[in-house]
Design a protein around this ligand. Structure first.
Ligand code: ADE
Length: 205
């Protein structure tokens, strides 16, 4: 089983994700475990602040070292009871772009993962150095935070874990050389005058 611990300031963004469809079933079947931790729970600031303006000026706020390092330490200690490598990923538009092969690599790795979701302008660079954090982007655009990106990463990985999808779904995908599938149709065989290609009709749904 792959374990993901997600560190975020917006835990509620994960409730639908973990309770829906294939992801929920994979969790129930113990193919994957997803724990979501609120970074704010680790602040020692008397006003519960997690972010401060950047040194040197500039826009936005930076998530500071203290709550984030304590949240990471807590996640590491939770995962250290399993005899697996622990990898720490920061979802960031600056990172290596996620693709099918990277998702497969993660799905077949013998590691557990801590996913850091930033918000505002980012996280203090010393966290990335201190914990040898790997940065992954889900595409060349900027999101308001890493939450959706972490869900994209987990979703693309979880469906590749053996037994999560019905047998055969992935075989076809690899035969297609990871490229997009051909057009598909289901009932009815005619919709507003548009017919399903004749050649497919012998295999009725
Ligand atoms: N956070 C903000 N933008 C992002 C992106 N494109 N990929 C991953 N994390 C992000």
């Amino acid at each position: 089983m792959i374990r993901f611990i997600v560190l975020t300031l917006f835990k509620n963004m994960f409730s639908e994700f973990v309770n829906t469809s294939i992801i929920n079933r994979a969790i129930e079947d113990k193919k994957v475990d997803i724990e979501v931790i609120d970074i704010r729970d680790f602040t020692q600031d008397k006003h519960n602040r997690v972010d401060f303006p950047p040194y040197g000026g500039g826009n936005g706020m930076i998530i500071s070292c203290e709550p984030l390092s304590l949240a990471i330490d807590s996640a590491i200690s939770k995962l250290s009871e399993y005899k697996k490598d622990i990898k720490i990923i920061y979802l960031s538009p600056r990172g290596k772009v996620l693709n099918y092969n990277l998702s497969k690599e993660i799905a077949s790795s013998n590691s557990n993962y801590i996913l850091i979701c930033g918000h505002y302008e980012g996280i203090d660079e010393r966290i990335i150095e201190e914990y040898s954090v790997e940065e992954i982007s889900i595409g060349d655009y900027v999101l308001t935070g890493g939450e959706l990106a972490s869900q994209v990463l987990m979703d693309s990985v979880i469906r590749l874990i053996p037994g999560v999808l019905s047998e055969g779904s992935l075989d076809e995908e690899s035969h297609m050389n990871n490229l997009l599938e051909y057009p598909q149709y289901t009932k009815p065989s005619e919709f507003r005058g548009r017919k399903v290609p004749e050649v497919l009709l012998s295999r009725t749904p």
